[in-house]
Design a protein around this ligand. Sequence first.
Ligand code: FUB
Ligand code: ZN
Length: 641
Amino acid sequence: MSPKHLEGQRISWQDTGVVSTMNSPFCKLKPIPVRAVRMNPGFWKPRIDTIAIVTLKKQMQEMRKSGVLDNFMRVYGKLDAEFQGFYFAESDLYKWIEAASWILQVEELPEIEKMIKEAIDIIQPAQGDDGYLNTYFQKERAKKRWTDLDRTHELYCAGHLFQAAVAHHRSTGSDRLLNIARKYADYICDMFGSGKKEAHPGHPEVEMGLIELYRETGVRRYLDTAGFFIDHVGGKEMREILGHAVRALYFCSGMTDYYIETGNQAYLDALESLWKSMTEQKMYVTGAVGGRAYSESFGREFELPNENSYAETCAAIASAFWNWRMLAINGEARFADLVELTLYNSILSGISLDGEKYFYVNPHISNGRATGDPWYAHERRGVPTRQGWFKCACCPPNIARMFASLPGYFYSTNDEGIWVHLYDNNVFQWHLPDGTRFSLSQKTNYPRDGRVEIEVSSQAEKEFSIYLRIPGWCQKAFVTVEGKPMPDTPQSGSYYEIKRSWKKKKSILLEMTMPSVLMISNPMAAENRSSAAVKRGPIVYCFEGVDNPGISARQAKLKVDCKDPTRNLKAKFYPDLLKGVTAITSEGMVPVGNWGLLYRPFETEPIKTKPVILRAIPYYAWDNRGCSEMSVWLPYKLTKR
Ligand code: FUB
Ligand code: ZN
């Protein structure tokens, strides 16, 4: 099938989504631009505002300090200095430009606009006449260009440049960075492919970048070169999710993009297997992935260590990218569920509430000691308290681009209607693919509770559907339209369709029960055996030392009523705690006295315990009041009433 891009039916830059599947032949959902959704005060708006007001500026300062911008200037002789940082340092600047560009769709921010312009001014002169642009491999390493694709990251950096350029174009209409990207992409397409340089990048990313550039420009060979890289590494044959977690999931995202454009079932078969392998065997309860610290990778099946969980923030973001693309194919709620799970837990944990510090590695249990052993203290990536910056600073600008573009993840459209994926206060004004204009607003306290009031109106007298995501975590949901309860029961883990004419404004009420629940794990995940984790709605909880004074979170046990396991869980909202969180308490117990020896014979009267009340807070919010002990999972003791 010939993509509509090539039929001259281009989308204007203002109308384009974060991942522009608008004209892609093999996907059901059409994206909406970030600017179509105005977030109102609620859960996400303050976080997105923090990115705009605090995070982006601080990140630029850090990149200046660590020499990322100097690396460009030394290429064209404006600075006489050594190359600084890792060989992929410039990718941080590209991610930052991407984030800063998306945020311009959220708000007018002249200062950020100026910073983007200055960054492009610094980048532009570094591009070679042939289009090549990589600050590490220019100048003294010029002869080494493309000689170490496996380890060093030329194509990875290129991919980030392409994504930044596309975001910048979609947000400002400027083709300044886009032209730099195109020139480089043309050069890459000249270099790589059958009968040319037959190789693939060691760190995927360029696949997504090239395909988005194809969607933006209609230049077919960008898509073909991405396909070449995917085939060269054997994408179609992959079945088990393996290796470096960010690489694996950027690859899956790129392969999904490629399927969406080409429709070759073999890619989708591989993607389905990889998704199953990740979600059934290699994912934390928080949605985090990449448990193995060594090589930052997916381990074997069920290799999910808690204290030494690597769970890189970038890997969780990569999972959200991938699931977002899988969702577009058929509108299956399981993918949106995972986008939601990662957003509220394993991605959000990556940044402090003030927007200035980051986790690179996200543990699921911590001894609360900021001085780790040498391996974990390595560049302070694995220290169990957030850091202001890292020598390898991939995660901070990745979080910024994710949250800056978040409004664009709330909805999709298609010929049938509007798809509501995420819940929070906002007004969405947009149009269906046929041009029918509508307005949809949400009022809710979500995720504090599961009640969402929606109002929809459309310009024209036309029947279309609203598809509400009923999350997989939600056991009971009720939908009322114009005060009348809908007769059929919404199914958990699906989209609930409401079809009618919306010409006259109509109200929908979605009520999702949101009890506190205890999660248990497949016993093959050895560290979670006989333990439970607390979850409420999309939010996973943890027990942090600061909320449990005098109690060791790593020795506590939950008391679980054997007839009614959640009976002991009590949820209460605290507006002033951690910017407003629902804390959950439970009866529990802690050992009295010391264990003494590491091992001892089992006793029928085991070590004495005393009853305590344990308090849990959302996992994303831990380590915002100093470094203390923390655990997501606690062993439990079944009790009879
Ligand atoms: O290698 C580039 C980035 O740095 C990776 O995606 C991260 O895992 C970190 O290694
Ligand atoms: Zn990272």
